[in-house]
Design a protein around this ligand. Structure first.
Ligand code: CA
Length: 292
């Protein structure tokens, strides 16, 4: 479930909205290890969250302390704070990085923290394994050489926009209002492109709008079948008509949605030998949908 992370600058409360589509299914104040609400504020700031593959992909909230330059991860379980861990470098030593470096984005799919250096304009990615840096790399251009980009460009988010499994970086230009995506292969740019509007022309949006994040969102396209799905429906109905003169099946958007969610779940499961239960569930849904 994708959630929205809030922080209250006046009370220093951290709150999570657990989302079900566009509706808040519940919200909760983050609780400390002792079960009481935790209140943390400046010099600590939240920069996002990264998942932790070793902890059943539970999220780690990423904090940075602008005084001590410590980066800290809060290992979450639901809204309970399981542990707080200082980020460690590749050798296992705590790492302290601050200005002119700044965290500009977090990557969830391939857990990582994206840094940018305001002096040198270097962009660097820390690839995380829990609270430990597994590796880090300066972002490289398509030709393999380090790339240095700064103002008026700034990094405004990260996410996997082309489904490649590697998180891509979103930039915005405060002068031209261009939004650009760097499609990444690890720390190397595989390609980049200006964000286009629905009609295929570049789109330029700026203040008072600003990008505050990127993530996995879905929209209402669930109500319409894809061309593949429509083909299956058409063929099923042809066959029903041919064999027994049965009335055509009607689509149920709720069942279609459930079946797709199960398919996505299966597609995201790297262990294809362990699909017994979800497969059965999916077939159950499909059987209901097909009127079997
Ligand atoms: Ca990608």
């Amino acid at each position: 479930m994708t959630g929205i992370l809030w922080h209250n600058r006046a009370t220093n409360e951290t709150q999570i909205w657990f989302m079900d589509g566009r509706q808040i299914s519940s919200r909760a104040t983050v609780l400390a290890e002792n079960g009481n609400p935790v209140f943390i504020g400046l010099p600590w700031s939240i920069f996002g969250a990264v998942s932790d593959p070793s902890q059943f992909t539970q999220p780690n909230i990423v904090w940075h302390n602008s005084d001590t330059n410590e980066t800290q991860l809060w290992g979450m379980f639901n809204f309970d704070l399981n542990d707080r861990q200082t980020v460690l470098d590749e050798t296992g030593e705590p790492i302290f990085i601050g200005s002119p470096w700044r965290i500009v984005a977090t990557q969830d799919k391939q857990p990582g923290i994206v840094w940018h250096n305001a002096d040198t304009n270097e962009t660097q990615i820390w690839f995380m394994d829990g609270a430990r840096i597994r590796g880090r790399g300066t972002v490289l251009a398509e030709d393999g050489s380090p790339i240095f980009i700064g103002l008026p460009w700034s990094i405004v988010g990260a996410g996997d926009f082309d489904g490649s499994g590697s998180s891509d970086i979103v930039w915005h230009n405060a002068d031209t209002n261009e939004t650009q995506i760097w499609f990444m292969d690890g720390a190397r740019i595989r390609g980049r492109g200006t964000v286009l509007a629905e009609d295929g022309s570049p789109i330029f949006i700026g203040l008072p709008w600003s990008i505050v994040g990127a993530g996995i969102f879905t929209r209402d396209r669930f109500r319409q079948p894809t061309s593949d799905e429509q083909r299956i429906i058409d063929r099923t109905n042809e066959e029903r008509q041919r064999v027994g003169g049965c009335a055509p099946l009607q689509l149920d958007p709720r069942l279609m949605r459930a079946a797709r969610a199960h398919s996505l779940d299966l597609a995201g499961n790297p262990n294809l030998t362990a699909v017994g239960t979800p497969n059965l569930v999916m077939w159950g849904v499909m059987a209901r949908w097909a009127g079997m």
